[in-house]
Design a protein around this ligand. Structure first.
Ligand code: RIB
Length: 312
């Protein structure tokens, strides 16, 4: 069983399913509302735990009802929360998500307490980096905090995975501190200036990220699958699915990649991550959609030529 340390955000997702996206100034009725626990960090922690890892989650929540709900649901997922920070002033992070019938979504995040997770909080829990096999971080917490996470991962020779969502320009110095850099198409465009809308443009963007210092690039290409570019290049097509809600699908992918990396052959690890992401897109909501290990294994067994899993 891998020990995975996830450092990142926790948001309460306020989700509205709507027939179509409203125009500016327009009111549309007939929506369907749900609240679910979300935030890229928390989603990845839940996904990694459901996929069979021993997970420690480090985040900052507000001292409010959303924060309390998060603590309970993360504990119910058997995620270790010993180093969780509570900010007495700021509210727990919140995301307002609109999902149209077409599958298109828009997300606005109010980071709140996520912005109070500071470099010194990470330095204070340096011991967590010694016991972890993999450290996962994303960009919904302050960038200096992410830098500290990557610095301590490198110091303790712990594999680091940097999920570059949400899109934000990053320096070559930061990119070269992460062992694996994993952007989606729009994040890759923000990082490299290359518009990614085909396998060829994805290859060009991944090579550009390598030139900027990233050692291993794993690009999430949605319905096109994923692409690894390191010393070699491996493309893994997506599994065909009927997507209901893609919110959190990238988070399931990142968690599955962290679990499968160096455990099974690279092409199988990419397929495993694709399967977890695909399954997450078939269920509404972020954390409710994170698949369990048995579900991913069963899904892979149904796909011709796939009969592997990191846990055998
Ligand atoms: O990656 C999906 C997540 O992005 C949502 O859960 C939302 O909270 C935003 O952070």
């Amino acid at each position: 069983m891998k020990n995975i340390l996830v450092v990142g955000s926790a948001n309460m997702d306020l989700v509205m399913h709507t027939a179509r996206m409203p125009q500016p100034g327009e009111t549309i009725t007939g929506g369907r509302f749900m609240t679910t626990q979300g935030g890229k960090g928390a989603n990845q922690a839940v996904a990694a735990s459901r996929l069979g890892a021993a997970v420690t989650f480090v985040a900052c929540l507000g001292a409010d009802a959303f924060g309390a709900q998060h603590r309970k649901s993360l504990a119910d997922e058997t995620i270790r929360l010993d180093s969780l920070k509570i900010d007495e002033e700021l509210p727990t992070g919140t995301a307002v998500i609109l999902i149209a019938q077409s599958g298109e979504n828009t997300i606005v995040v109010a980071p709140g307490a996520n912005n109070a997770l500071l470099p010194q909080d990470i330095e204070a829990i340096e011991h967590e980096f010694q016991s972890a096999d993999v450290v996962i971080s994303q960009l919904e917490i302050p960038l200096q905090t992410v830098e500290t996470v990557l610095y301590l991962s490198r110091k303790h020779h712990t594999l680091s995975v940097l999920d570059t969502g949400p899109a934000c320009p990053l320096s070559p110095a930061l990119l070269s501190m992460a062992d694996i850099v994993s952007p989606n198409e729009s994040e890759a465009e923000t990082l490299t200036g290359i518009h990614v809308d085909s396998l060829e443009s994805a290859q060009a963007a991944a090579k550009c990220l390598r030139d900027m210092g990233a050692a291993h690039v794993v690009m999430k290409l949605g319905s096109r699958g994923c692409l690894y570019v390191g010393k070699e290049e491996v493309y893994q097509p997506a599994f065909p699915i009927q997507a209901v809600d893609t919110t959190g699908a990238g988070d399931a992918f990142t968690a599955a990649l962290a679990i499968a990396w160096n455990t099974i052959p690279l092409k199988e690890a990419l397929a495993y991550a694709n399967a977890a992401g695909a399954l997450a897109a078939t269920v509404a909501g972020a954390q409710p959609s994170m698949p369990h290990s048995a579900t991913v294994s069963a899904f892979l067994q149904q796909q011709k030529g796939f009969s592997f899993a990191p846990h055998g």
